[in-house]
Ligand binder design. Structure first.
Ligand code: AMP
Length: 419
């Protein structure tokens, strides 16, 4: 038997859901245009080592979640995230020279992670992301990235978002902190879960991410990274917080927030909203990644928002986003000759930029009238046999029932006057 559903964790986006997706795409584009981010599209598939080097070998994404396959001599991966691809494209095309610094880019599209599927966690999901690559690691860019993500959620009427923010230091101060962390956990091995025992040696910061009760208890007395930052990182972090205060973006300090990707330095953050236990977005600074991937030292910062999660919040909160307005005119035709004239008439309306809806595939007058009622257009145009012959058309006010016959050649101007 053919299994008539998509692979686990993947979903169709049906026509009924498309308006909300369109709205999210439109708001993203408006925000991106306003803040001067330029759109970039990278391939859905990249060479696997792009992600292994950037995201990190000892991360959940690379260890467990990548869809990797062979194609000829290449080992390829369905992209689990986009920062790595953007950095690859930035270096390959010399985007700094082409566009000038800071390079401000945005994207939206599908991503793939073979995760345990559960609410808010899918195997194919969509992200909207913003990235700024610059020569300076100025806190203003961190703030601008957070503002862009926050404004999109605000534009979608998700109003009570909070930025959970931390700094995980840089290559100067992080090694010292990791040594402290290892010392703290050293005699607690038996109290840790098996995953954290493994993380302790391969990627110690990740122990902070563990959801096991016993590891959460241990974390409570663990050394705190903010207290162990170098002067430069402290100053940077303070700068980001002050800028967020200037634009009244609410944040809370999250001293154990680490995020699941290795490339982050300094600022990391997640965006959450009341009543949902997942983040709507996350991001941070990645000052060393461009160099690590073979480019010139280029500090950078980015954010990614999860579209499915945004939609879940909108649906659960029954947030009403403006829908496409009802078409102003419904066109009803009676008979074959009228159908031919109607198709040409629809094109005239399109040219005049007037929204019109028809039912040209239906012949019965009753069915067409029912469809017109359902569409809720205030005006109907009726092209009967007599009108077709006389080159006229009936204009009917659907509310009052009043109607008049006008020359077909004048129908556009008559409709324009009526609205
Ligand atoms: P990340 O790329 O892990 O930093 O995640 C950024 C955002 O993408 C998260 O805050 C989520 O909104 C979204 N996201 C990440 N993974 C998934 C997933 N498996 N399913 C749905 N959304 C996801």
């Amino acid at each position: 038997m053919l299994v008539l559903r998509p692979p686990k964790g993947m979903h169709d986006i049906l026509p009924t859901s498309q308006p909300i997706w369109d709205k999210i795409r439109k708001i993203t584009k408006d925000i991106a245009d306003f803040y001067r981010f330029l759109r970039i599209d990278t391939p859905i598939v990249e060479r696997s080592d792009i992600f292994e080097i950037s995201v990190g070998e000892a991360t959940d994404i690379v260890e467990k979640q990548m869809y990797t396959f062979r194609s000829g001599n290449d080992r390829l991966t369905l992209r689990p995230e986009n920062t790595a691809s953007i950095v690859r494209a930035h270096i390959q095309h010399g985007l700094g020279y082409q566009l000038g610094y800071p390079v401000k880019l945005y994207y939206q599209g599908p991503f793939f992670r073979h995760e345990r599927s559960q609410s808010g966690r899918y195997r194919q999901f969509h992200q909207i992301g913003f990235e700024i690559l610059s020569f300076e690691n100025d806190p203003v860019y961190d703030a601008q990235i957070i503002i862009a993500g926050y404004r999109i959620l605000e534009g979608l009427k998700i109003k009570d978002c909070i930025i959970n923010i931390n700094s995980i230091g840089c290559k100067e101060c992080r090694p010292g902190f990791i040594r402290k962390l290892k010392t703290y956990y050293k005699d607690k091995h038996r109290k840790m879960c098996s995953d954290c025992r493994r993380r302790w040696s391969s990627n110690p910061l990740r122990v902070f991410d563990c959801k096991e009760e016993k590891c959460i208890v241990l974390k409570k007395s663990a050394p705190n990274i903010i207290d162990n930052l170098c002067t430069d990182c402290k100053k940077h972090f303070q700068g980001v917080l002050e800028l967020l205060e200037d634009v009244a973006i609410p944040y809370v300090l999250a001293p154990y927030l680490v995020r699941g990707l290795d490339y982050y330095t300094k600022t990391v953050f997640e965006i959450t909203t009341e009543g949902f236990d997942f983040s709507l977005g996350g991001g941070g600074r990645y000052d060393d990644l461009v160099k690590l991937m073979g480019g010139k030292e280029t500090p950078a910062v980015g954010v990614a928002l999860g579209v499915e999660r945004i939609i879940e919040v909108i649906m659960k909160r029954e947030i009403r986003l403006t829908q496409r307005p009802r078409p102003r005119v419904f066109l009803i035709h009676i008979g074959m000759a009228a159908k031919h004239k109607s198709l040409a008439l629809v094109e005239k309306f399109r040219k005049a930029n007037i929204d019109i809806i028809e039912s040209l595939g239906k012949e019965s007058l009753n069915t067409q009238i029912k469809a017109a009622d359902k569409a809720g257009s205030p005006l109907a145009l009726i092209l009967g046999q007599k009108e077709t012959y006389e080159d006229t058309i009936i204009v009917r006010d659907m509310k009052s029932g009043a109607q008049e016959t006008v020359p077909l050649a004048k129908v556009i101007s008559v409709i324009k006057k009526k609205s």
